[in-house]
Unconditional design. Structure first.
Length: 147
C-alpha cells in the first residue's frame, strides 16, 4: 500500500480513537506530506472540519503554484464541501481510499479536470462499515442526512 494512504488511514484511526468519524486525509507536495488531518466534527463541535478540510487547514497557507502540484489522499470519497475546496485550490489529483460507503461528486470533480483515483482499500472500507453500523446517527449527521 502507498505510504501516503497509510498516513491517511492512520489519521482515520486517530479520529476514531478520539470518538470521531474515522476519515483521514493527507496533502502531499513534491513527495512530502505537508498537511494531515482527520474528521473533527464530533471532537471540535465543528460544522465543517471533515478530514480534508482539517488537512488543508493544518497545511497552512500555500501558494497557488503549490496547490497545483499537490495531491490529496483521503480514506473516503470527498463530499461536496471538501470537493469544493479541492476545486477552489485547483488541486489536480485526489487519491480516494474507498467510495463504497459514500461517494461524493467524483464525476463532477473529474469533469473539472481533477484526476480522481479510487484505490478501493479494504481497510478503509472496513473502518467505515464498522463505524456506520455502530454509530449511524453520527454518520448521518456527518453527511447531512436525517436519521
Amino acid at each position: 500500500m502507498d505510504e501516503f494512504m497509510e498516513a491517511a488511514i492512520e489519521e482515520a484511526r486517530t479520529g476514531l480513537a478520539a470518538g470521531g468519524v474515522p476519515i483521514g486525509s493527507v496533502l502531499v507536495l513534491d513527495g512530502e506530506i505537508v498537511g494531515r488531518g482527520h474528521n473533527q466534527r464530533v471532537q471540535q463541535g465543528s460544522a465543517i472540519l471533515h478530514a480534508e478540510m482539517h488537512c488543508l487547514e493544518n497545511a497552512g497557507r500555500l501558494t497557488p503554484a503549490d496547490y497545483r502540484r499537490a495531491v490529496v489522499y483521503s480514506t473516503l470519497s470527498p463530499c461536496d464541501m471538501c470537493s469544493g475546496a479541492i476545486l477552489l485550490y485547483k488541486i489536480p489529483t485526489v487519491i480516494v481510499g474507498e467510495n463504497r460507503t459514500f461517494q461524493g461528486p467524483e464525476a463532477y470533480v473529474r469533469s473539472q479536470g481533477v484526476d480522481v483515483q479510487v484505490v478501493d482499500n479494504q481497510e478503509c472500507v472496513k473502518l467505515m462499515e464498522e463505524f456506520i453500523e455502530e454509530h449511524p446517527e453520527l454518520w448521518n449527521e456527518d453527511i447531512g442526512e436525517i436519521s
